[in-house]
Design a protein around this ligand. Structure first.
Ligand code: PLP
Length: 432
């Protein structure tokens, strides 16, 4: 017998979604279960694409399992917090002590926690557009109002601190910075970060610096930790092992507080309370933090010839070969954010485009519209898969676009002979 009682979800959740694992991803699962060949380029999970985890880190967890059964202190084990503090001091965040570090079950746990501790109803938080959607959702769930500031594709996807300043109101409490950026792969330069720090300083705002991709940099690009631009401004820097050690399933992240002594001490008390309420972070994974922060095995992946650098180059070059597709070359992280230019193809909105791509070609990507207010025609793809998988994915995209080409079939490699550009396993020169 079916119940007539309807259970209403909370109104707090209206408009909250997570496009990376939304209905399209569920449809892709169903298609796979029905035996369809689906290439999924939607998740920034290295394990899904066969990139091995840092072995020593896995071993460190294994070695300590027997004495990881109890709760740890709420903010985490002293050794692990100390290791994070040392790590940040070595990056120029001179003031960080172990007491300034909170460990958590990934940045995905700590971001909502710090926002709940900060926001009153309708307080505003400035968030980059495009955005990693956890931030927009977390602000809304904490009762705040996400206000997006624009990252400009024509300027390497950098934001303009002047635009950020113009969006500050008397309800603004914080500015989120995601650098290196997901989804654009941009690495924002020091001058822009100085400008953002200055906006925070002038308006008494908190800086929330999501730097989980700080170890994934290409072409000699340097990363400036936001906190080094603002030692006098309350700043929470987020990082973790999901990407660095390629163990997102272990759920280990952290935040480090700087500029928070004195004026922000009530806020720190609120953070302590919330950290206590969730009892503690996953203890086995905390055992790996020290080992993980001693290892530098990401440079081998991102240096020229390294697996991630090759895959980024390969995907970017293939996309550049499709007429009307423009992609700013990512300098960090492991995503590309191509734009399909209007006027060349008959396409619906981004959601329609991504849905049609999945159904017609078995290619799962994230529509740009799921990543905040961005101009139409953008898709996010991960660069993590093997080159031959990326080749096949771009062939599918090219074939799909060819069918929608307004001026009839094109004469590119992709258009007339999609298989012609299969991967040779070696670096090739970009087309321009
Ligand atoms: N921040 C950004 C920018 C991300 O891309 C991700 C995951 O993809 C996260 C945070 C979540 O990280 P965690 O696994 O530590 O929760």
């Amino acid at each position: 017998m079916t119940s007539r009682c309807h259970v209403h979800p909370s109104r707090k959740l209206s408009g909250i979604s997570y496009s990376l694992r939304g209905p399209l991803a569920s449809q892709a699962e169903r298609m796979r279960a029905a035996g369809k060949d689906v290439i999924a380029l939607n998740l920034g999970d290295p394990a899904v694409y066969g990139l091995p985890p840092a072995r020593k880190v896995v071993q460190a967890v294994r070695d300590h399992l027997d004495h990881s059964c109890g709760y740890s202190s709420a903010a985490g084990l002293p050794d692990a917090r100390d290791a994070v503090a040392r790590h940040y001091r070595s990056k120029g965040l001179d003031s960080v002590q172990s007491g300034d570090v909170y460990l958590g079950n990934g940045v995905s746990e700590l971001a909502p926690l710090c926002l709940h501790a900060l926001l009153n109803p309708r307080d505003q938080v400035l968030i980059p557009a495009p955005d990693y959607p956890m931030w927009t959702a977390s602000v809304a769930m904490a009762g705040g109002r996400p206000v997006h500031y624009r990252c400009d594709e024509a300027s390497n996807w950098y934001p303009d601190p002047g635009d950020i300043a113009r969006k500050v109101t008397d309800r603004t409490r914080a500015i989120v910075v995601i650098n290196p950026n997901n989804p654009t792969g941009a690495v924002w330069p020091g001058e822009i970060l100085d400008g953002i720090a200055d906006v925070a300083r002038r308006h008494d705002l908190v800086l929330l610096a999501d730097e989980i991709y700080a170890d994934f940099l290409y072409d000699g690009t340097r990363h400036t930790p936001l906190a080094t631009c603002a030692p006098d401004v309350p700043c929470l820097t987020f990082g973790g092992l999901s990407k660095r050690s390629r163990i997102p399933g272990y759920r280990m992240g952290w935040l480090a507080l700087t500029g928070c002594r004195g004026p922000a001490s009530d806020y720190v008390t609120a953070l302590d309370t919330l950290a206590t309420l969730r009892l503690c972070p996953n203890v086995p994974a905390q055992r790996a933090v020290e080992t993980a922060l001693h290892l530098d095995d990401t440079t081998a992946l991102t240096a020229p010839g390294g697996a991630l650098c090759l895959r980024r180059d390969h995907l970017w070059r293939l996309l550049a070969g499709i007429p009307g597709v423009r992609t700013v070359k990512p300098q960090g992280a492991f995503y590309v954010f191509p734009r399909i230019t209007a006027g060349q193809y008959r396409l619906g909105d981004d959601e329609r485009l991504a849905a049609d791509l999945l159904h017609e070609e078995g290619l799962l990507v994230v529509p740009g519209s799921g990543l905040g207010p961005v101009p139409p025609g953008h898709l996010r793809m991960v660069t993590l898969p093997q080159p031959d998988v990326l080749t096949e994915a771009v062939n599918r995209l090219a074939r799909f676009l060819e069918r929608r080409c307004i001026s009839g079939p094109s004469t590119t490699n992709h258009g007339t002979s999609p298989k012609a550009r299969s991967h040779s396993g070696k670096e090739r020169r970009p087309p321009r």
